[in-house]
Design a protein around this ligand. Structure first.
Ligand SMILES: *Cc1c(COP(=O)(O)O)cnc(C)c1O
Length: 410
């Protein structure tokens, strides 16, 4: 238990991951607790992007598709992400956005389960997941549609009419974690497929897709992977599904031979079938150094440290701050690496914290959310953040009109 700032500093001194912090640009005077929304900038990334722009694009021009293997980047970086999620290198590809990948894989999954008409998800799932699945239902024109059932009933609702279950492994608001192994097994028992959104898991939890027998997954490059704003996302397709999973966005990069320039689409027989158009080379250049940093860290240590930071935050907030209600599971094994509290003035409180250098975020209607990145957040920062939060609450410093004006992005 952390009783003093000294206790927190002692934990930092013994932290085997402490050395990673120096690999990130973190501005002085900021305690960054939003790496679950936009991961911090790795120090090497700016140079890598500049080199890709100046030397590869500027000097080598179109030759770079071959000489710098731009064309291989989606598979190469995907192969590295695979190692972070318990998949084989040839099962993951970097492409498009999480939203687009969800559409492609969910559509492919429905086609693999003909006659089954439901796509199952939970209320309060990340909006884009629900919106994309609603759109897919309209696109399929009745052949399958989204059915939303409460999380507590979800396992029982998977039946012989379920084509695919689509869930976010770690809930973006509450941080609640699904039992990936148990639910995957349940879906398979009923003959359904399962598609996991790993946006709040990759780069923090020690996800093991193949050990669980997972079918499909997508995830985000700009959160814990530190790939930069709007970084390309990834898609996982278990090897056994690759030959049969048809993408509805059958672009030329998903063709078996893109440079044969055939009129007829013939899908690549492997994970490349999930590519659509030309890869975002600059996005990939920014993403790869972040992924490389994660590959240097021990997965189990990363998971344990992020949960310990969250545990410390919960304990200190509940001991030292008034008026906040925990909205995340208390037990670490049921959470990811972010922790949420509710408060009627959560928006203004988050703004007052940001004005004091503590960056978390607000999620409507009343959630203050704080993310703990195992690679660059320290226990001393958790202590300091809670002390600043305590002051903001005790003095009602948030009760100021400047902190109530909503910006376009919260
Ligand atoms: C962040 C996030 C996304 C992001 O999707 P984009 O297409 O990158 O906007 C999707 N799903 C979940 C669960 C997320 O947390």
């Amino acid at each position: 238990m952390i009783e003093t700032r000294g206790d927190a500093a002692t934990l930092d001194a013994a932290d085997p991951l402490a050395g990673f912090r120096d690999a990130f640009e973190l501005p002085a005077g900021v305690i960054y607790l939003d790496g679950n929304s936009l991961g911090a900038l790795p120090k090497v990334t700016a140079g890598r992007v500049a080199e890709t722009v100046r030397d590869q694009w500027g000097r080598d021009l179109i030759r770079s598709w071959n000489t710098h293997d731009w064309i291989g980047a989606p598979l190469r970086v995907g192969g590295k992400i695979a190692a972070l999620i318990g998949a084989d290198a040839h099962e993951v590809i970097v492409a498009d956005s999480t939203s687009v990948n969800l559409f492609k894989l969910a559509a492919g999954a429905v086609a693999l389960r003909p006659g089954r008409t439901t796509i199952l998800s939970e209320p309060g799932n990340f909006p884009t997941d629900l919106y994309v699945l609603q759109g897919l239902g309209r696109f399929l024109d009745g052949r399958a549609r989204l059915k939303i059932v409460a999380a507590d009933d979800l396992a029982d609702e998977i039946d012989e009419d379920t084509a695919v279950v689509v869930l976010t492994h770690v809930h973006y608001k509450s941080g609640r974690r699904w039992d990936l192994e148990a639910l995957t097994a349940r879906a398979h028992e009923r003959g359904a497929l399962i598609l996991w959104d790993l946006s709040h898991s990759v780069g923090c939890l020690d996800v093991r897709l193949n050990a669980a027998g997972a079918d499909l997954a997508v995830g985000c490059g700009y959160k814990y992977l530190n790939g930069g704003p709007g970084a390309p996302a990834f898609a996982f397709v278990a090897e056994r599904h690759q030959a049969g999973l048809a993408s509805p966005l059958s672009g030329w990069m998903g063709h078996a031979e893109p440079f044969a320039f055939d009129d007829a689409f013939r899908p690549a027989g492997d994970i490349r079938a999930q590519l659509c158009g030309t890869p975002s080379v600059l996005g990939l250049a920014a993403l790869e150094p972040g992924v490389d940093l994660h590959l240097e860290a021990d997965r189990a240590l990363v998971e344990a440290k992020g949960l310990a930071l969250g545990d410390a935050f919960i304990e200190l907030v509940e001991r030292r701050c008034e008026g906040l209600t925990l909205a995340s599971p208390r037990e670490g094994r049921r959470r990811g690496h972010h922790v949420s509290f509710t408060h009627p003035d959560a928006y203004a409180i988050v703004q007052a914290l940001i004005a004091r250098g503590v960056i978390g975020d607000f999620r409507a209607p009343d959630i203050a959310r704080f993310g703990f990145s195992a690679l660059y957040t320290s226990f001393a920062e958790v202590w300091d953040a809670v002390e600043i939060l305590r002051e903001v609450l005790a003095t009602r410093a948030y009760d100021h009109q400047d902190f109530r004006r909503r910006a376009a992005v919260t």
